[in-house]
Design a protein around this ligand. Structure first.
Ligand SMILES: [Zn+2]
Ligand SMILES: [Zn+2]
Ligand SMILES: [Zn+2]
Length: 326
């Protein structure tokens, strides 16, 4: 696998053929005790019967060994696909899904995201850590056993980079966090708000890219998901994640969920040294859920412009009316 940079958009593309052996769905490779899972990187709770288990990905996009050194290919930039790619098994119960888990169990899944992110960010080669989940076949789910993934990359993924740049500019102009500004307005207007538990809010963003796109974030400003504010627990966030996913279940069985957090500020090479000087004030972690609605997609796709057939105000109203409990 290698990374190639598009000189026009400055996006990195992972390209090559991942080693993919014949997929054996039976026995499920994520069920407890099915042998060849590789080294256990984390288990929660740490004592007794494990609920969450983390392994290196069986067919990784990125590999931990090696030097990410950029090489030139004529006018182009290329890097080896150095990074980390891990599987977070959310529960040992094969037939469950994340919104079926108890609040305490969902909190453990979020804690696993955070603990792995903290650990991976100790490696200064990695500029960004992404925790994400592909739920359902249409989302590119690899195994039906409930799981999330985490990647650590030597570049900041495109969407995260757009956000980081925009947040930094907003802060430079106004000395305020754009995400705090957005959430304050959403709370005041109550047009796109879906739910709220304690300090955490779920809402459909103003320019939702897909029907029922939902973001979750905390009213208290914090740039790093993996480092909670003093005295803060993730229990209320876990409750909100469960309630939101149970609502979305009636709308679509497939979705992408991604945690957007601050980049690795250990990186002091090149552009990143002063680049993130205001990061603690300008960025604000959040969770994005992008449901996949195949029936709604157009006969041709407009790849350059998002087309969303549902207004976020209608989506939020519909989600508010759906049952958030089991
Ligand atoms: Zn399984
Ligand atoms: Zn903020
Ligand atoms: Zn985001």
């Amino acid at each position: 696998m290698e990374l190639r940079k598009d000189p026009i958009t400055r996006s990195w593309v992972v390209t090559g053929h991942p080693e993919r052996e014949q997929e054996r769905a039976d026995p499920c490779p994520l069920c407890l005790g099915n042998g060849s899972q590789g080294p256990l990187l984390l288990q929660l709770p740490s004592q007794g019967e494990p609920q969450v288990r983390v392994y290196p990905h069986f067919h990784p996009l990125y590999r931990v060994e090696g030097d990410p050194g950029r090489t030139a290919d004529g006018i182009f930039d290329r890097m080896t696909a150095v990074g980390a790619h891990e599987i977070i098994v959310e529960t040992s119960v094969h037939s469950l899904t994340l919104p079926h888990l108890t609040d305490e169990e969902i909190e453990r899944v979020l804690e696993a995201y955070a603990l792995r992110a903290v650990d991976l960010k100790r490696d200064a080669r990695f500029k960004y850590v992404t925790a994400f989940k592909n739920q359902g076949r249409e989302a590119g789910e690899e195994w039906s056993h409930p799981h999330s993934q985490i990647t650590a990359t030597t570049f900041v993924p495109r969407r995260a980079l757009y956000e980081l740049r925009a947040a930094r500019e907003w802060y430079r102009d106004r000395e305020r966090c754009v995400f705090c500004d957005i959430l304050r307005q959403e709370i005041r207007q109550q047009k796109r708000m879906v739910d709220n538990v304690g300090d955490y809010y779920a809402f459909c963003p103003y320019a939702s890219r897909v029907p029922f796109e939902t973001w979750m974030m905390s009213r208290s400003h914090n740039h790093q998901f993996e480092v909670p504010l003093p005295g803060e627990s993730r229990r209320n966030l876990a409750i909100l994640v469960g309630r939101t996913l149970r609502r979305l279940r009636s709308v679509s069985s497939s979705y992408h969920l991604v945690v957007h957090t601050a980049p690795n500020t250990l990186q002091t090479k090149g552009e990143l040294s002063d680049y993130w000087a205001t990061i603690a004030g300008d960025y604000h972690w959040h969770i994005e859920i992008l449901p996949i609605m195949p029936a709604r997609s157009k006969s041709y796709s407009i790849k350059e412009v998002y087309f969303n057939s549902t207004l976020p105000e209608e989506a939020a109203e519909c989600l508010r009316g759906l049952h958030p409990t089991k």
